[in-house]
Design a binder for this molecule. Structure first.
Ligand code: ADP
Length: 409
């Protein structure tokens, strides 16, 4: 059996792994470790790992998953693109709202703030999650008071930790459905940074806020923050109805409203966000053959159906909010293990494993059947199917030969 060590796992861990086989913990030895990032920080550097061992984070995952570092890496990547390939290419990275690290870039922020009178900004702690510590503001005075309070309370603390917030342009025109704001959760599995190998999961969801959106109040977190953990505490939250739409439902809704072409452009733009954000850290992340990472991307659509990257999570929640959500996350984790393939059941040439489609393999991956266009030229279609049918079980039956023990005699 495979020895598995599971630490700090949120959600339905035990059940997930009974699918895999035996769960053994003995004398701290493991073959597969689904750990939290705290464990990684303390143990990774001292751990001796045999060839076959796998672990679910890269050593310095925070280069992408901490809000300030993600933006720093994206800005640098965009600048280099502009230098090497020109403006047009660099403009393909225009998918993150203008962001400044606080307090180190305070003066740069003030300059931009003054250039955009009346705009709304959002202040976020870099290393927190679930909407904690976030607030919106429109007046510089609000943040000056906040800065004073903070410097008073943090005087004793280590100066190295000072850059603990980012201030970001608030997207004031989110795309609304039934008057409500939502953001998207997209799952992306990276199995290698050098060469870059990326898988996109077909399922995901939209998280809605429970109050109708309006810019007339900026203090209402139930209106402006779409985190499930925030919405769950709303006074009128209905656990039966929840606040989620599956990605398939959203894709169908948008297709019915705008047609296939518009939706394909939108989903193509999301592919672009995923690949460029990963490329922006490709040279920074310490690549390691033992590591893989299942990221939770948070993407917000604006009124013009332009997707914006809000953040990338290293430990997306696996806690289910409904039966449907449970089944989706169960499949997601099972397929993550199928791609990681510790039992060596795959050939390594697969472009699809369950609900995961290979979207990047040291370059773009295209679907099997190249469409012959009317003009006689070949068109290449990206091998991504976010929000499309996820007939993962059928695919797995075809793909995975049964374990020897499961063969009928
Ligand atoms: P956390 O890590 O605490 O979840 P996020 O950066 O994901 O922090 O922000 C929480 C929520 O706030 C998001 O899900 C989104 O609804 C909203 N939000 C964050 N940044 C912006 C922004 N720039 N414009 C509009 N809404 C935002």
């Amino acid at each position: 059996g495979i020895k598995v060590e599971a630490l700090g796992y949120r959600g339905t861990w035990g059940q997930q792994f009974s699918v895999m086989g035996s769960v053994e913990k003995s004398d701290g030895e493991w073959d597969f470790n689904w750990c939290d990032v705290g464990w990684l920080r303390e143990n990774f550097d001292h751990a001796y790992m045999e060839e076959h061992v796998r672990i679910n984070h890269f050593r310095n995952h925070y280069e992408l998953t901490r809000k300030n570092l993600m933006v720093k890496n994206l800005k640098r990547f965009q600048k280099n693109l502009e230098k090497d390939m020109g403006r047009t290419e660099a403009s393909k990275c225009d998918f993150f709202p203008s962001t400044y690290a606080m307090p180190s870039e305070y003066h740069l922020f003030v300059e931009e703030f003054n250039r955009n009178p009346g705009s709304t900004w959002i202040m976020k702690p870099v290393a927190k999650s679930q909407g904690k510590g976030i607030f919106l503001f429109r007046k510089l005075k609000d943040i000056i008071d906040w800065k004073k309070d903070r410097s008073r309370s943090e005087e004793q603390k280590d100066a190295a930790h000072l850059d603990s917030y980012v201030v970001q342009r608030y997207i004031e025109n989110p795309y609304l459905i039934n008057g409500r704001k939502f953001d998207l959760r997209v799952y992306v599995l990276v199995t290698s940074y050098v060469p870059l190998k990326v898988w996109l999961y077909r399922d995901g969801f939209a998280r809605f806020s429970s109050s109708r959106f309006s810019l007339s109040t900026i203090d209402d977190k139930y209106m402006h923050l779409t985190n499930v953990s925030v919405q769950k505490t709303a006074p009128d939250y209905d656990p039966e109805k929840g606040c989620k739409w599956q990605m398939q439902q959203l894709r169908r809704y948008l297709t019915a409203k705008y047609g296939r072409e518009v939706v394909e452009t939108l989903f193509g733009d999301m592919d672009n966000i995923i690949i460029r954000s990963l490329q922006s850290v490709q040279k920074v992340i310490i690549n390691d053959k033992h590591c893989f990472e299942l990221y939770g991307y948070d993407i917000l659509l604006d009124h013009n159906l332009k997707p914006w990257l809000i953040e990338v999570n290293a430990s997306p929640s696996h806690a289910p909010s409904s039966q449907e959500d449970y089944e989706m996350k169960y499949g997601l984790l099972e397929d993550t293990l199928n791609v990681v393939d510790m039992e060596g059941r795959l050939t390594g040439q697969e472009k699809r494993v369950g609900g995961f489609d290979l979207m990047w393999n040291d370059g773009p991956v295209y679907t099997e059947d190249l469409n012959l266009q009317t003009f006689g030229s070949l068109s290449f279609t990206a091998n991504t199917h976010l929000g499309c049918v996820n007939d993962r079980e059928k695919n797995l039956r075809q793909l995975l030969k049964p374990f020897p023990l499961q063969k009928k005699i």
